[in-house]
Each structure stands twice: as structure tokens, then as C-alpha cells.
Write a protein that binds this ligand. Structure first.
Ligand code: F6R
Length: 366
């Protein structure tokens, strides 16, 4: 069943073009950003929505964090993203005009399900599940649903589920923007074209595997790593750190690059590798100066840079060139080398990649 692959995690990383193509099927034949993609009742549920609350755990929570940048910038709705286990026990202020989005690969995560029920008990009826399992408990509890079509995910570390969640959020962003009158036809077409091309773009990034394998050799001996990103790539840095921790047992933390000098810079020395998610976007110049701060303290830099970012390779600065900048959807591309990095670091270390110690695929206990 594994075919040419050594582990499910590797197979699932390489299935991402297909998983994305399947998830985005409704737009590939020329379909638009219709709210109906979220269920027949979507136009009525979305109408009058004034804010969005995303509830999730782990990797799914990171997908929500990326979506926050998209929905606020494009649909112009305020977004809160909260860890389900925090939300459910907190005295929050409910608001009926909020669209509650629960996001879960399995649809069975106990805290996410409980957070959803909590939101409903507070009178919030506008609910949407983004989920990979159509018959799951979470999907049965929401007014609307979007089923990602990643296919079964066997590896404990979520990979293809995450990128398909991002694809679902991209469609949600466009649907909400459209309903809010924030999306011109030209912009809609531009975003849809980028989504339709996404499987091909992901395929190109997967071809970087041999280079990433070399980096992983150097990483496997490290005990700690810092991940940096800005904007919608900060949650990608968080996801990269989570993957490295859970699969290779290397302690990793992610920071918004601008936070470095407010504390974590004290950790940086020659033994602390720093991984930078470095798309060629409008924050690149800011990120570059953060990277200089790291270099000045002797930290070794591993930079995932889009072609055209003009960050020169030098002593202690390793660059991996990604294909050109992919606009709003760039986080989908940038997470892929981080998945591959943690996978290959784990291989070098000899950990049980598909079943890391102490973890379960679906967390049905609180
Ligand atoms: C990390 C991972 C977990 C899950 C989390 C939520 O690789 O897989 O962090 O993302 O347990 O699971 P779902 O998405 O099934 O609710």
C-alpha cells in the first residue's frame, strides 16, 4: 500500500497535489467562489455575518491562524482563532452574528466537539465544520459543512489534511468576500486561477526533497531549533515547529520574527539553528533585518526563500530556493518543505515516524 514510499507520512506529503485537486474540484471546471460550496443553507447562514470565530486544536488550529490573515484582508471581517480547549472553559462574550468555524481532520477531537457545543449553547447557531471525515461527530453538529477530500490520513502527523484545510479556508474567504461585496469579478478570477493551479505549484515544491534531505542530516544532531515567520507565514513557522517536535523529538519553537528581540534572541548561539520562512512578500525586508540579528549572534540560518528574494548564501546562511512567490496562497507552498524537513530529520534519528511516541491520531479524550 505504501508503494514507492517508506512511510505513510512521506506518502501523504506527496499526495498533496492530488488531495488539493480533489478538494478544489468544484472550481476546477470553471466554477466560482459560491457560498453554496459550504452547503445548501450557506447563503442564509452567511448573510449578515459580522465576525468569524475559528475553534480547533493542533495543526487544525494553525490552519485557522493562516485563515485569519486571509479573511480579514479579503472579506474584511474580524476573525478570532482560539484553541478549542481554552474557548470551552472560558467565559466569552457570545455574539449571534458570528460564524463559528470548527476545523478538524478527524471530526472526532473531543475538545473541538465540546467547544462547538459550548458555542451553540451560548446561542451561536451559524456554524460551519471544515472536516476530512464526512460522517464524523463534528460534522453532524453544524449547520454547514465543507468536506476536505484529502483521503484517509494514516500518519499521526497531519500533512495533507492541513493543506486541504487551507484550500477550504481560501474558498471560504472568497465566498465571504463575495457576499460582503468585497470581491470584484477580476479579483475573484485571479484568486480562482491561483487555486486551480495550486496542485501544480505544490508538485514543484515537492521536487525540493533531495535538497531538504541534506539539510535534515545537519538538523538531526540538534537539540533545539527556532522557527521564524511573519504575517500569514508565522502560523506556518508554528506548524513547522510542531512537526519537528512531534516526529523528530527535537525541541522547536516558533516566533513572529519581530518578537525575536523581545526575548528569544537570548537563546541564539552557534548551536541554535534558526529556520526562516521567507516568502518574497511585502514583509521580506523586515524579515531580512531579523535574520541579520540572528547572524550577528552566531546563529546558523536555514532560509526557505522564494526565488527573487535576493538573500545571498554565505557562511552560516543556507538558502533553499522555493519557486516564485505565490501570493495569498504562499503559506500552502511554504509548509511543504517544513513537513519534509521534519520527516527527514526523523528518518535520520530513527524515530517511529508514523506513530510518534505518546501520541494518538485522533484525540477523543479531553
Ligand atoms: C499534528 C496533529 C494534531 C492534530 C490535532 C487536531 O500533526 O495532527 O495536532 O491536528 O490533534 O486533530 P483534528 O484535526 O483531527 O481535530
Amino acid at each position: 500500500e505504501l508503494g514507492q514510499f517508506r512511510h505513510y507520512m512521506q506518502k501523504e506529503i506527496f499526495e498533496q497535489p492530488q488531495a488539493l485537486g480533489n478538494t478544489l474540484e468544484m472550481i476546477t471546471g470553471g466554477g466560482g467562489a459560491a457560498s453554496q460550496h459550504f452547503g445548501a443553507r450557506a447563503p442564509e447562514v452567511f448573510d449578515g455575518v459580522r465576525r468569524v470565530l475559528v475553534l480547533a486544536c493542533g495543526t487544525s488550529y494553525h490552519a485557522g491562524l493562516v485563515a485569519r490573515y486571509w479573511i480579514e484582508a479579503i472579506a474584511r471581517l474580524p476573525v478570532t482563532v482560539e484553541i478549542a480547549s481554552e474557548y470551552r472553559y472560558r467565559e466569552s462574550v457570545p455574539d449571534r452574528d458570528t460564524l463559528v468555524v470548527v476545523i478538524s481532520q478527524s471530526g472526532e477531537t473531543a475538545d473541538t466537539l465540546a467547544a462547538l457545543k459550548h458555542a451553540k449553547s451560548l446561542g451561536m447557531e451559524r456554524t460551519l465544520a471544515i472536516c476530512n471525515v464526512p460522517e464524523s461527530a463534528i460534522v453532524r453538529e453544524t449547520a454547514l459543512r465543507f468536506i476536505t477530500r484529502a483521503g484517509p490520513e494514516i500518519g499521526v502527523a497531519s500533512t495533507k489534511a492541513f493543506t486541504t484545510q487551507l484550500a477550504a479556508f481560501a474558498l471560504l474567504t472568497l465566498a465571504l468576500a463575495k457576499i460582503n461585496g468585497r470581491l470584484t469579478e477580476a479579483d475573484e478570477e485571479r484568486h480562482l486561477a491561483a487555486l486551480r493551479h495550486l496542485p501544480v505549484a505544490v508538485q514543484k515544491v515537492l521536487e525540493l526533497e533531495p535538497e531538504i534531505e541534506k539539510w535534515a542530516q545537519r538538523f538531526a544532531g540538534k537539540e533545539h531549533a527556532l522557527f521564524l515567520g511573519r504575517g500569514s507565514h508565522w502560523p506556518i513557522a508554528m506548524e513547522g515547529a510542531l512537526k519537528l517536535k512531534e516526529i523528530s523529538y527535537i525541541h522547536a519553537e516558533a516566533y513572529a520574527a519581530g518578537e525575536l528581540k523581545h526575548g528569544p534572541l537570548a537563546l541564539v548561539d552557534k548551536d541554535m539553528p534558526v529556520i526562516a520562512v521567507s516568502p518574497a512578500d511585502e514583509l521580506l525586508e523586515k524579515l531580512k533585518s531579523n535574520l541579520q540579528e540572528v547572524r550577528a549572534r552566531g546563529g546558523e540560518l536555514y532560509v526557505f526563500a522564494d526565488a527573487g528574494s535576493e538573500i545571498p548564501e554565505s557562511e552560516g546562511v543556507h538558502i533553499l530556493h522555493m519557486p516564485e512567490h505565490y501570493g495569498m496562497l504562499s503559506p500552502v507552498l511554504h509548509v511543504i518543505p517544513l513537513q519534509l524537513l521534519s520527516y527527514h530529520a526523523a528518518l535520520v534519528k530513527g524515530t517511529d515516524v508514523d506513530k510518534p511516541r505518546n501520541l494518538a491520531k485522533s484525540v477523543t479524550v479531553e
